[in-house]
Design a protein around this ligand. Sequence first.
Ligand code: ADP
Ligand code: ADP
Ligand code: ZN
Length: 215
Amino acid sequence: MKIILLGPPGAGKGTQAALLMEKYSIPQVSTGDMLRAAVQAQSPMGIEAKKHMNAGGLVPDNVVIGIVRERLQEDDCQEGFILDGFPRTRPQADSLKQVLVELGKKLDAVISLQVDTDALVERLTGRRTCSDCGKGFHLRFDPPAEDGSCRYCGGKLNQRDDDREETIRNRMKVYQQQTAPLEDYYRQEGLLVAVDGMSDIAAVQQAILVALQGR
Ligand code: ADP
Ligand code: ADP
Ligand code: ZN
C-alpha cells in the first residue's frame, strides 16, 4: 500500500500514520520527523531547517525532496509506505511523481483529512510527544499517564517549539496557500479520498480503512 496523508497541521496525519503502519506493516515516512531528527543532530541541514520550522514556514523544496528521494529507495519502503507531511507544495508533488516513475511505483490513494480550524488549534496546543519513544499524545483527547509521562515507556513528554499559538497561525496560512491546492492536483489524478477527520481517533482510523478497502 502506497499512501499519502494530506491535511493541515493537527489534522491527525501522524496519529493515523502510526496506526496504518502497524496495520499494513509498512513504514511511516514523515518529513517533519526526519527534519526534527536533523535539527536534533545539529547537522548543517538541520541548522538551516530549524529557522524555517520555528517560524512556521516551509523548509525549501530541494532539501525535503532530497530526503524523501533517498528514503523511498530504502529496503523497507519497497512493499509500501505512508507519506506523512509530504508533499506540501506543487514542486514537491511533481518531484514525487517523477521519483515514483523512476522507482516503478504507483500511489494507491491520497487520504485528505478534513478538520475545522478551531479543532486544529485545540489539537495542536494540546499535543505532546514522548521524548524517548516518539509516541504522540493529546492532553485531552489521547491523554498521557496520570503523572504526565508516556503511557507506553514512561518517558518525559515534550511540547513542540512550533506548537505555539503565534506559529500555529502562520502554519495554517502556509497550508492554505501552498498545500491545500494539492487536493485538486490529486483529485485530477483520481487518487483523492476525502475523509472526515472530526470524529475520535478510532473512528477516523476506521473511516480510512474503509476508504482504502476499495483501492
Ligand atoms: P504538522 O504535521 O503538525 O504540520 P510536521 O511535523 O509535518 O507538522 O512538520 C513540521 C514542520 O517541518 C513544518 O512546519 C515545516 O517547517 C517542516 N516540514 C515538514 N514537512 C515538510 C515539507 N514536506 N516541506 C517543507 N517543510 C516541511
Ligand atoms: P498532524 O500530524 O496532522 O499534525 P497529529 O497526528 O500529531 O497531527 O495530531 C495532532 C494532535 O491531535 C495530537 O495531540 C493527537 O493526539 C490529537 N489527535 C489526532 N487525531 C485526533 C482525533 N481524531 N481527535 C482528537 N484528537 C486527535
Ligand atoms: Zn514513550
